[in-house]
Write a protein that binds this ligand. Sequence first.
Ligand code: COA
Length: 377
Amino acid sequence: MSTASGPPPIYSPGLEGVIAGETAISTIEEGLCYRGYPVGELVEHCTFEEVAFLLLYSELPKRTELVEFRKRVAANRHLPQPLRTLLHTLPNATSGMDSLRSSISVLAHFDSDVNDNSRAANIRKAERLLGQIPSAIADQYHFSQGAMGVAPRPDLSHGANFLYMIRGAEPSAEETKAFDVSLILYAEHEFNASTFTTRVVASTESDLHSSIVAGVGALKGALHGGANERIMELLHDAGGPGTAEAWVMDALAKKRRIMGFGHRIYKAGDVRAGILKPIARELADAAGFGKYEETAEIVEGIMAREKKLYPNLDWPAGRLYNALGLKNSLYTPIFVMSRVAGWSAHVIEQHEHNRLIRPRSRYTGPGKRTVPTADRW
Ligand code: COA
């Protein structure tokens, strides 16, 4: 392949092994760290709100900064009425991710900063979306079942308010902590497909809402965030501890992908899955889903033995959300209510150190030819 000028192009399908840009937000080089802090320590010592602040502002918040940040995010939990009206009119079968993609797009029309790409405006928009997204998920969830929405509670944390809005009752401290851990683990992961998508959009000098809408579209796919909605279906199909081995062997023989396993980067296991596994197991056992946990253990053993493939974060996350009484269709939208913090940090970084993202393609079509002028019809 020849180019007019510049270095010779490198071809790597799926951009595997390609360093496509620089970031100061997170790294997976020596274990996953957000802004230098190991994710295991963040999970132990911080709440999701502190981690979201860290991603957006580069440093962990001081006490007063956290109080003000929480207030600003919570103040945005009420949606503009036209969006609620729209959510009422969507067909009941609309998936949570499709509805959320539309909701974020509609929210842009009501955001006075929509076309301001300055750092300050981007942070204001990110904080608004952090407040609005859980409400947009919860409202559509209830409306699609012909039910009324549950009003948000400004006094509750990001995670506790969401569980409250879905279930109509305040979660226990253990449930809130477990859910919060999952949100921290989902918040950021360098140049994954959806984050890279948000950066591609931002690199054209497009706005934060457009970037996030595109990120939602990329996250929805089964090979990315959409995997967590398929975990319980898989465990159900496996039938239980007695049939799991035969079921997995049959699926592998048919070349089926087992959702929740494998990763483009982590070939020896995903640290996040290891952190969430005992937490998911404890809640699942307590909620009477021990059979699924036993089945999951067997599936893990077979995947390691047969394919040397290990669980990714979606594997325990799906089981945790099931144990919390949440329906499958909510799982990828929950990923969004967390990852919007990481995506926004990347949009800000891209805008501040921008270079248009425009790779080349390897052409595989016909050779150069002449348009026929006769006998074409
Ligand atoms: N189940 C069964 N086989 C799998 C698999 C899975 N979950 N993940 C990878 N494989 C197999 C591939 O089929 C391939 O086998 P082959 O060499 O016989 O063709 C081999 O493992 C290598 O896979 P590859 O497609 O090169 O890995 P990748 O880096 O492109 O894929 C994922 C990464 C995440 C897309 C892939 O592991 C996957 O599809 N996982 C399931 C979806 C999922 O959990 N997504 C969430 C990711 S966080």
